[in-house]
Design a protein around this ligand. Sequence first.
Ligand code: A3P
Length: 283
Amino acid sequence: MSSQRLPRELHTFQGMLLPTTSSKELLNSLDSFDAREDDVFLVSYPKSGTHWVAEIIENIPSARITLTPPIELGDISRLEELNMYSGRRVIPTHLSYNLIPLDVKQKQCKIIYIVRNPKDTAVSLFHYYRDNPRLPSVETWAAFLELFLQGDVVYGSWFDHVLSWEEHKNDKNVLIIFYEEMKKDLPKNIKKITTFLGINVSDSDINKIAWKASFNEMKTNAIKENCDPNHTICALTSNRSLVFRKGVVGDWLNYFTPRQKKAFDALFTEKMKHSELARRLQE
Ligand code: A3P
């Protein structure tokens, strides 16, 4: 997307469209971030289930977890602010692999990457564009889908994002979690997450976490809670009530015309032909 046509809510950094709430100075300084060996990065393309996994991690008993704001949100003071957090930091981000701070890679911090079916992700992001004043306005679903397919949306192309992480799917510090698999069997995926983080939890704790992280419970609490803009985990809004829309698999069927599905599938096949993650998304 040429910079003349950029909406005021977005700017580019190293070829990726990012929200202007991520300052250039901060983005340029990410490599000076001091990682700690027990840091956990919670990474996703927007609308893949970040709040859901964050809720799970926050409710693990006796884990000394401190959920921080996204590393890329705000100005340069973010890096210093992150230094002040005690406990085990869980740091959310929507950055693709190449933009992750060097020290995180060197120290092999644990990284959880969440993937969601791209058609449902597109529908979810479309609604976010419509409801969230921090994102550009968009007239119609058809117009938004064009932007999504071209990668001209916040955090760029879904395909490139997932592929940047796919290359690291077998790294021992990386765990890939699928939105659809969480919907199918949440306790199993909570167990996967706690095991990956090296935390022992009982079956009864897992059931408690699953209840806390159910869609209805999270939505109800989001509406009740006051939003503290300093305690957002979302790089795109501090208004949690915008996040919990439907929470289902397959909502895309209500939006895609047969023609749009065909165009989407053609691009998916072309871009993701060597992707094992893509195969799992189609299972
Ligand atoms: P929908 O817009 O399809 O409803 P993120 O947290 O990355 O912004 O992702 C938001 C998406 O995850 C939204 O999707 C939201 O409803 C869904 N979501 C959040 N919590 C969920 C939960 N507990 N169960 C299922 N989906 C959830």
